[in-house]
Design a protein around this ligand. Structure first.
Ligand code: NAP
Length: 293
């Protein structure tokens, strides 16, 4: 059997599930689909998918079933209510949720005989089926290895480790990065607009800064992993003086200064704890515990 002969099942045909099923069909997989509202399968059936009469029937249609519903409660509602037979099925749950939910779902599914992988989709539906769609998986590696050729029809697929919670954790870590970069860019845009610089002009400058900072990450990560923060480039107390300029400038311009103040408050706490002469990544300690209240 070659990669595209593997029968696949998709349960959940919302915007994302339809895209997943469409990508499997396009890659040539015999594709069985099921959705609570069956009419959402019409386009896929016209394209060659088989609509299963029940979710249980869909799960029994082949060795690999992908489920993509609104949330984990919906997954339990569906699979739990019908006490679905998961024995021998590799169940890949691409529903978004927390790492704790993923670990719990892994236990739940394994108790019912499934080979369970949790996953996170870092893409929008139109990107599914292209290399641009990053889809993260975690759980026992042999389950991933057995179905990697079929899963690759969905995008760039990665296995992160055996802990089923890892895909969700990477997902939210990526969101933290994305929103932090976007908020920083919006802060700068708000400041520059007071001087008549439009967002498009600043975006060209900002993307170079973002790309430059991204290059620092591996070296800074080495310091964090070693737990040692010699100031090779700049000391935190030097950075804190620049942060004060950012706060003062934001306040003087009359733009929102909440983000600059937060940035400075984190550094100030670290300096107060005696880390002013160390390098920026020493701030990891400010992130590994809940904020001081
Ligand atoms: P959606 O369009 O709202 O579809 C939700 C799906 O869940 C539908 O198939 C719906 O069935 C089904 N569902 C909800 N509750 C159910 C229940 N109790 N029993 C059975 N089926 C139930 O959402 P989506 O955009 O496809 O998103 C699905 C998952 O992918 C979410 O976890 C989302 O976070 C994740 N995701 C989405 C995107 C995106 O850009 N769309 C990107 C990354 C990740 P009905 O059709 O019958 O209502």
């Amino acid at each position: 059997m070659n990669a595209t002969d593997t029968p696949v099942t998709i349960i959940g045909l919302g915007l994302m599930g339809q895209a997943l099923a469409g990508a499997f069909l396009k890659a040539g997989h015999p594709t069985t689909v099921w959705n609570r509202t069956p009419t959402k399968a019409d386009g896929l059936v016209a394209a060659g998918a088989r609509l299963a009469p029940t979710a249980g029937d869909a799960l029994r249609a082949g060795p690999l079933a992908v489920i993509c519903l609104t949330d984990y409660d919906a997954v339990y509602d569906l699979l739990g209510a019908h006490e679905a037979d998961l024995d021998g099925t590799t169940l890949v749950n691409l529903t978004s949720g927390s790492s704790a939910q993923a670990r719990e779902a892994a236990r739940w599914a394994e108790q019912r005989g499934a080979r369970y992988l949790d996953g996170a989709i870092m893409a929008v539906p139109p990107a599914i089926g292209t290399a641009e769609a990053v889809i993260l998986h975690s759980g026992p590696h042999p389950h991933f290895e057995a179905h990697e050729p079929a899963l690759a029809a969905l995008g760039t697929v990665t296995h992160l480790g055996t802990d089923p919670g890892l895909a969700s954790l990477y997902d939210v870590a990526g969101l933290a990065m994305m929103w932090s970069v976007l908020n920083a860019w919006l802060q700068g845009t708000a400041m520059l607009r007071t001087a008549g610089v439009d967002a498009a002009t600043y975006a060209q400058f900002a993307r170079r800064i973002a790309a430059g900072v991204a290059e620092w990450l591996p070296g800074y990560a080495e310091q964090i992993d070693a737990g040692s923060y010699p100031a090779e480039v700049s000391a935190l107390e030097t950075d804190a003086r620049a942060m004060a300029h950012l706060v003062e400038e934001s306040e003087a311009l009359g733009v929102n200064a909440e983000l600059p103040r937060l940035i400075k408050a984190l550094a100030d706490r670290s300096i107060a704890a005696g880390h002013g002469k160390e390098q920026y990544p020493v701030l990891i300690a400010q992130f590994t515990t809940p904020a001081a209240t």
